[in-house]
Design a protein around this ligand. Structure first.
Ligand code: PAZ
Ligand code: MN
Length: 910
C-alpha cells in the first residue's frame, strides 16, 4: 500500500468504474488480450502491454494496473503504471479565415514527493473515491489560432509540438505519425485539408459536425469557465455570473458567413430554430465589392474611422433634425440603412469606404440583434449568447447587437457574448474525444492563467504559445535583439456614445487602435486541476468574491500597476540571487522582468482580458510568471535566515507567555501575531524598515507599538468566545484551521505560539500553508521542519505534532511515543492548493477541504489572505481575521486608517 501511495506522486491516477475495474483486474491477471467494453466506449486491449482503441479515443495503457485504496469503494482509483504522460490531445476547427486549435498538455508536477502529504491523507481519511469514473488529468488546455491562408504555419506548429503524436514525450518517427492517428476536426477545412494533414503529418482528420461542436463548446464554456459570458453596452464590458444549474434553455446565435440561431436545451440537445442569410459573409462580400478591401479585418478596421450619417437616412433627416419622440425614436436613429444614397446624385466613388463599411456593419449587426431577440421571444428564451467569426471581440459590433436587443426588448433582454467564442467549435471537437471527462468538469477545477508568449507581441503574431523555458527566453531575446519593445496588444477603445433614444453617435476615430482578429481571440490558458474543491466552510459560495479591491476602477489599477512595476527590479535581484546569481539565472531574470512587465501592460490596456481582474490575480500572476521562468523560491535564503533567527528566541518567548494569566496570555498572543506580520517582503514600506535593524529588533519594536484599540478591534468578542465570561463557560473549539502567512517571526513567534495555546485548550490545530512558494510565505513543505525545530523547545507542540504525524522521523526513533501521542490533540499541516500571497477559497486543495469538515474556527492571517482577499468573506463557523496593514493607501481605503494599523476582525458563526 505504501508503495502505491509513493507511486502516486509519479504516476497518474485513473479512476474507473466497478465494471471496468473487474475487467482490468482480470486482464492484469491473465495478461491476455481481449476486448472490454465500458459505458463510455470501446477500448480494445491488445496482446502484450499496449491497448488499442477504436476510432479516435485516447489511448490508455492499463497493463499492470493496480487498484489504489479500498476495493470496496464504488469508484476506486487505479494506477496505470505503464500509462505514459502523453494523453495530450489536439482538436481543430478549420474555418475559412482562421484555424483554431485546442490542445492539452500535462502539468509538470511541481509538488514534491513529501511524507507530509501521505500522512495528511491517512489522517484526514482522504481517498480518491471522489474521482470520476474517467480521468480528468491535471493539465493545461491551450488555445491557438492561425490564419487559414497560412495553414503551413499551423502544420509546422503541430509538428514542432508533436501534437499529432501525443505530445513532446512521445515523438513519432520522422515527424510522421506511425500509427493511424486520428484527430478531431470541425469546420469546412476539415474536408478541404484532410489530404494535406495526411500527407504532411500522417494523420487522418475525423470530421465532427460543426453545430454539435459549437453547442458542446458553448455548454462547456458557460458551465465551467467563471468569467466567460459578458454583456457589452456602450463600450462597457460586464461579466455575467451564469449558474450552471440554470443555464438551459438559451439561444445561441452563431454569426458566421450566415447566421444560425440555435435553441439549446441541454448537453447535446439543441435545434436550429432560425437564422438569417444576412451575416458575416454579407458584410464581407458587399464590403469587398463596395470598398475594394482585401480582408475582413481591413474592412472592419475601416469602419472604425467611418461616419454612417453620410450614407444612412436618419430619423432626423426625415423630421428636419428633430426626434420622432412620440414613437421613441431619436433624430440619430437609422430610419433606413443606405437610405441617403438614393436621394443624392452621387456615385460609389463619391462615398468614403470608411463610411460604407460602418453603415454596412451597423445594418448587419443591428438586423442580427433584432431577429435574435424576436426568435428568443418566440421560444420564450431568457438568454441570448452571440458568437461566431463575425464578432471576433469587436467592440462596436457587440455594442450594436446589444443595442438592438435592448431596444427591441424595451430593456428586458440583454445580449451576451463569450470570451472564448472564437474557440467554441474547436473546444467542442476536443470534447468529442470521449475519455477526457471534460464535460463534467466544474468551475472550481479550472484556473485560467495568463498565457506566455504570443499575446504580448502586438496582436499580429500567429505563432505558438511558448512551451519550454528556452523557447521563452529566446523569444524574449529575439525582441531584445531587434530592439523591439514588447508591447501589449492594444485593445479597441469602444467608447461610442449613444444618443439615448435608439441611435448611435459616430464611433470615435480609432483606426490605429483596432485590435485585429489575430489578437482578439487571445484567451488565457486553462489549467485543469481536478483535485481543487470549493472550501466547504464558505457561507455563501455562490456570491463569494475573494477580492476586496476592485481593479475595474482605473485609478486603483494604475496604483497597483505602479506598485508592482516599482517592486520589479528588487524582485529580480532576489530571484537571480536565489539561483546562485549565475549567467543563466540573470538571463532568466531579465526574461521574467520583460514578460511580467508585458503582462502588466496588457492588463492595464484591457483589464478584463482574462476575466474579471482583482488584486489577487495580479499578485498571483507575478508568482506564476516567476515559476514560468523557473524561479521556484525567490526568497529561499531570506526565509531560512528569518526562521533561524526567530527559532533562536522562541524558547524565551514561550517562557514569558507561560508566566501570564489566561487573559493576558491570549491578548499577548494575538498582539504577537499582529506584530510579527510586519515581516513581509512584498511590502515596500516594510522592506525599507528591514535596513534599519535586526529581525529581533524590528519584532520588538513592532510589539511595543501594539496599542489597543486596534483599527478594527473585536478582541473582546473573541476572548469571550475563547475564555467564556463570568456567567457563561465556553467549550474549546473542536478544530481550528490557521491560515498562516510568512516565514520567520510571523510563523515562529506569531502563529505557532497561538496554535500552541489552542492545543493547550484541547483544540486540534491544522496549519494551512501555501502549496507553492510566494514571496516569503511559508509553504506546507517547509512547515513540518519548522514545527519540529519549535517542538524541541516545547512539550505541547511536540506531543501535538507527534499526534498529528508531523514528527515522522522523531516517531521512528522513539518507538513507544505512540502511547503518549494519544494524550494530545493533533497538530497537522495541510496545503491550501495555491502559490500566491492571497487565497481564493473557491479553489482549494482536497486536503484543506477535508480538514475543513471538522473545523469550527478559522483564523486567516496576513494582508494577502485576510485583507486583499477574504476580508468580507462569510463563513459557516467562527472566523478571526488578523493582519497588519502595510500599505498606506490600503489602510486609508479599507479602514480609514494608517500604515501599520492592525485588524482583528472576529465573526462568530452565522
Ligand atoms: C503582497 C502582500 C499582500 C503580502 O502581505 P502578507 O500577506 O504577507 O501580509 C503585501 O505585501 C502587499 O500588498 N504588498 C504590496 C503593497 C506595497 O508594497 O505596499
Ligand atoms: Mn505573506
Amino acid at each position: 500500500m505504501a508503495g502505491l501511495v509513493e507511486k502516486e506522486q509519479r504516476q497518474q491516477l485513473i479512476g474507473i468504474n466497478e465494471k471496468e475495474e473487474k475487467q482490468v483486474e482480470s486482464e492484469d491477471n491473465n495478461n491476455k488480450g481481449c476486448e472490454f467494453e465500458s459505458g463510455q466506449g470501446d477500448m480494445v486491449l491488445g496482446a502484450g502491454n499496449s491497448i488499442h482503441r477504436s476510432g479516435s479515443r485516447p489511448q490508455l495503457d492499463v497493463s499492470k494496473a493496480e487498484i489504489q485504496g479500498n476495493v470496496e469503494e464504488k469508484y476506486p482509483t487505479i494506477l496505470l503504471p505503464n500509462q505514459s504522460d502523453d494523453l495530450s490531445h489536439l482538436a481543430l476547427d478549420i474555418g475559412g479565415s482562421l484555424i483554431k486549435l485546442v490542445y492539452f498538455s500535462r502539468h509538470e508536477d511541481q509538488s514534491a514527493d513529501d511524507k507530509r502529504k501521505k500522512i495528511v491523507k491517512e489522517r484526514l481519511g482522504l481517498s480518491n473515491g471522489n474521482r470520476r469514473s474517467y480521468p480528468i488529468l491535471g493539465g493545461r488546455l491551450h488555445f491557438v489560432k492561425f490564419e487559414t491562408g497560412k495553414i503551413n504555419e499551423c502544420l509546422d506548429f503541430i509538428h514542432s509540438k508533436q501534437l499529432h503524436c501525443g505530445g513532446p514525450e512521445s515523438p513519432c518517427a520522422d515527424g510522421v505519425a506511425d500509427r493511424n492517428v486520428i484527430i478531431k476536426a470541425t469546420g469546412g477545412g476539415a474536408y478541404k485539408y484532410a489530404d494535406l494533414f495526411k500527407e504532411r503529418l500522417g494523420v487522418s482528420l475525423d470530421k465532427e459536425d460543426e453545430m454539435d461542436c459549437l453547442v458542446a463548446g458553448a455548454n462547456f464554456l458557460l458551465k465551467a469557465i467563471r468569467h466567460e459570458a459578458f454583456t457589452h453596452m456602450e463600450g462597457q464590458k460586464e461579466f455575467v455570473q451564469i449558474d450552471p444549474n440554470d443555464l438551459f434553455p438559451y439561444l445561441l446565435v452563431n454569426i458566421g458567413s450566415g447566421v444560425s440561431m440555435i435553441k439549446v436545451d441541454g448537453d447535446g440537445k439543441f435545434e436550429r430554430v432560425s437564422g438569417t442569410n444576412v451575416g458575416g459573409g454579407t458584410y464581407w462580400g458587399l464590403g469587398r465589392l463596395l470598398t475594394k478591401c482585401k480582408s475582413f479585418d481591413e474592412l472592419l478596421e475601416l469602419s472604425q474611422k467611418g461616419d454612417n450619417r453620410t450614407i444612412d437616412m436618419l430619423v432626423g433627416d426625415i423630421y428636419g433634425g428633430l426626434d420622432y419622440s412620440k414613437i421613441g425614436l431619436s433624430a440619430a436613429t437609422i430610419a433606413s440603412s443606405f437610405g441617403k444614397t438614393i436621394s443624392e446624385k452621387k456615385e460609389l466613388e463619391d462615398y468614403r469606404p470608411e463610411d460604407i463599411s460602418l453603415s454596412l456593419l451597423r445594418m448587419i449587426s443591428y438586423n442580427i440583434g433584432q431577429i435574435s431577440y424576436l426568435t428568443a421571444l418566440r421560444f420564450r428564451l431568457k438568454r441570448i449568447f452571440f458568437g461566431g467569426f463575425f464578432i471576433r471581440g469587436h467592440a462596436y459590433t457587440m455594442d450594436t447587437i446589444s443595442f438592438a436587443v435592448q431596444f427591441w426588448s424595451n430593456g428586458e433582454a440583454q445580449a451576451m457574448f463569450l470570451r472564448h467564442e472564437g474557440f467554441m467549435g474547436a473546444l467542442g471537437a476536443f470534447m468529442s474525444y470521449e475519455k477526457h471527462g471534460l464535460d463534467d468538469l466544474m468551475v472550481h477545477q479550472l484556473v485560467e492563467r495568463f498565457p506566455m508568449g504570443a499575446p504580448y507581441t502586438g496582436g499580429k503574431i500567429h505563432g505558438p504559445p511558448l512551451g519550454d523555458l528556452n523557447e521563452k527566453i529566446s523569444w524574449m531575446e529575439k525582441f531584445v535583439r531587434r530592439g523591439t519593445e514588447i508591447t501589449a496588444p492594444v485593445p479597441m477603445t469602444p467608447l461610442a456614445a449613444t444618443t439615448g433614444l435608439g441611435g448611435f453617435e459616430v464611433p470615435l476615430s480609432k483606426g490605429s487602435t483596432l485590435r485585429s482578429d489575430a489578437s482578439a481571440l487571445n484567451v488565457g490558458v486553462l489549467h485543469l486541476v481536478p483535485t481543487l474543491e470549493v472550501f466547504p466552510l464558505l457561507a455563501n459560495p455562490k456570491s463569494y468574491d475573494p477580492n476586496t479591491i476592485d481593479l475595474s476602477d482605473p485609478s486603483e489599477l494604475k496604483y497597483w500597476y505602479t506598485i508592482l512595476s516599482e517592486h520589479l527590479p528588487d524582485l529580480v535581484d532576489k530571484a537571480v540571487a536565489s539561483e546562485g546569481g549565475t549567467d543563466d539565472a540573470k538571463r532568466r531574470g531579465d526574461a521574467f522582468a520583460r514578460a511580467f512587465s508585458a503582462h502588466l501592460a496588457r492588463l492595464m490596456e484591457e483589464p478584463a482580458a482574462y476575466g474579471k481582474l482583482g488584486l489577487a490575480n495580479l499578485l498571483e500572476m507575478r508568482e506564476e510568471c516567476l515559476r514560468e521562468f523557473q524561479f521556484f523560491d525567490a526568497y529561499r535564503s531570506i526565509k531560512q535566515r528569518e526562521n533561524e533567527a526567530s527559532l533562536a528566541v522562541l524558547p524565551d518567548l514561550l517562557v514569558e507567555i507561560d508566566s501570564m494569566d489566561e487573559e493576558t496570555r491570549l491578548l499577548t498572543l494575538i498582539e504577537g501575531v499582529l506584530a510579527a506580520n510586519i515581516f513581509d517582503w512584498g511590502s515596500r514600506a516594510c522592506v525599507d524598515l528591514y535596513h534599519k535593524g535586526t529581525i529581533i529588533e524590528i519584532y520588538r519594536m513592532s510589539r511595543n507599538k501594539m496599542q489597543r484599540p486596534w483599527r478594527v478591534d473585536d478582541f473582546d468578542a473573541f476572548k469571550a468566545r475563547m475564555l467564556g465570561t463570568k456567567n457563561k463557560k465556553m467549550p474549546p473549539h473542536r478544530r481550528a484551521l490557521l491560515f498562516v502567512d510568512n516565514s520567520g517571526a510571523d510563523i515562529v513567534l506569531g502563529m505557532l505560539p497561538l496554535a500552541r495555546e489552542l492545543l493547550r485548550r484541547g483544540t486540534e490545530v491544522v496549519l494551512v500553508a501555501n502549496s507553492l512558494s510566494a514571496l516569503n510565505d511559508v509553504t506546507a513543505m517547509e512547515l513540518p521542519d519548522i514545527v519540529a525545530e519549535a517542538a524541541k523547545h516545547c512539550d505541547i507542540l511536540r506531543r501535538a505534532a507527534e499526534a498529528g504525524g508531523l514528527l515522522v522521523d522523531a516517531m521512528i526513533n522513539t518507538s513507544d511515543s505512540s502511547k503518549e501521542k494519544s494524550s494530545s490533540v493533533p497538530l497537522m499541516v495541510v496545503e491550501n492548493g495555491c502559490g500566491s500571497p492571497c487565497i481564493d477559497l473557491r479553489q482549494v486543495s482536497s486536503e484543506l477541504a477535508a480538514a475543513a469538515k471538522e473545523a469550527d474556527l478559522i483564523i486567516l492571517e496576513g494582508m494577502g489572505r485576510a485583507l486583499h482577499t477574504n476580508l468580507n468573506a462569510q463563513f459557516k463557523c467562527d472566523a478571526l481575521k488578523l493582519a497588519m496593514v502595510k500599505n498606506q493607501r490600503l489602510a486609508e481605503k479599507l479602514v480609514n486608517g494608517n500604515i501599520y494599523d492592525c485588524i482583528c476582525k472576529y465573526e462568530p458563526a452565522g
